[in-house]
Design a protein around this ligand. Structure first.
Ligand code: SAH
Length: 253
């Protein structure tokens, strides 16, 4: 059995209870070493075979899993954040299905959520936006035309942009040509939740490129753009409002 597990964003304590249990029981662990915080491997059994997939090709990863299956061993395939987001997990799941390898998936805390926690920020602020878009800027990996930043920006939602901090200049240009004001608030969170390594940069569309350059951030960072980050025009949520009834509470006025 192969368990695909979300390791969480960096702080080893942010793996789920179930993920930690699976990791502690695994005979074989293959972790995505380019991003997973290796401190999380402290949860593994001392005798577990541990592989870093950053140094492996697709076929090698499958080979290790298939051998473990044959030997009746349990494998954990450990991905950063949540495996469903930019995890390159679909191709692995398809290949396992094809080869008859049984697997399941345990979700994890994605880095865009750890970034909100670091910022102490809600992404869906009443009166401002009720939508979050998760995306990346097309670069070496293309993004379909229908999802260009220019098009997505027209919705003026909260944008969480992965894998793109090295393309911040292009992002700024795209968003400004889509009508975003130069004063639009932007935050960049580097290594959200990593003990002792997290950095938070807050700025505006017209200042952020310089700020991020000065902070020497060029990878492992989440870009958050949108008016949820500004403190004006917020409305109170209806959830706790005295004039709003719901299943668990009657309105008082
Ligand atoms: N599956 C992962 C994303 C993998 S893609 C998840 O759910 O988070 C890798 C990108 O995720 C990085 O380029 C960066 O944009 C973002 N990322 C991963 N860990 C991060 C962290 N701790 N802080 C900020 N961004 C992070």
């Amino acid at each position: 059995m192969v368990h695909i597990v979300g390791a969480g964003p960096g702080d080893p304590d942010l793996i789920t209870v179930k993920g930690q249990r699976l990791l502690s029981e695994a005979d074989v662990v293959i972790y995505a070493g380019s991003l997973v915080n290796e401190d999380i491997l402290k949860f593994c059994k001392p005798e577990a075979e541990i592989y870093n997939s950053a140094q492996m090709m697709f076929e090698e990863i499958l080979h290790v899993m298939a051998l473990a299956e044959k030997a009746g061993k349990t494998t954990v395939r450990l991905h950063t954040g949540d495996p469903s987001i930019y995890g390159a997990t679909q191709e692995q799941m398809d290949a396992m299905r094809e080869r008859g390898i049984e697997f399941d998936v345990t979700p994890g805390v994605s880095s865009f959520l750890a970034a909100a926690a670091a910022l102490k920020q809600e992404y869906t602020v009443p009166g401002i936006t009720q939508t979050v878009i998760i995306t990346r800027r097309g670069g070496r990996t293309p993004v379909p035309d229908t999802e260009s930043l220019k098009k997505l920006a027209q919705h003026q939602t909260t944008l969480c942009i992965f894998l793109s901090v090295n393309l911040l200049d292009d992002i700024k240009r795209d968003l400004m040509s889509a009508g975003f004001k130069s004063s639009t608030p932007v935050a960049v969170v580097y290594k959200a939740s990593w003990p002792g390594e997290e950095k938070i940069i807050k700025g505006r569309l017209d200042t952020i490129v310089q700020q991020v350059k000065e902070a020497k951030i060029d990878r492992t960072a989440m870009i958050i753009i949108g008016h949820c980050l500004s403190s004006t025009n917020r409305q109170q949520s209806k959830l706790y409002s005295p004039t709003f009834s719901h299943m668990f509470r009657q309105a008082r006025f």
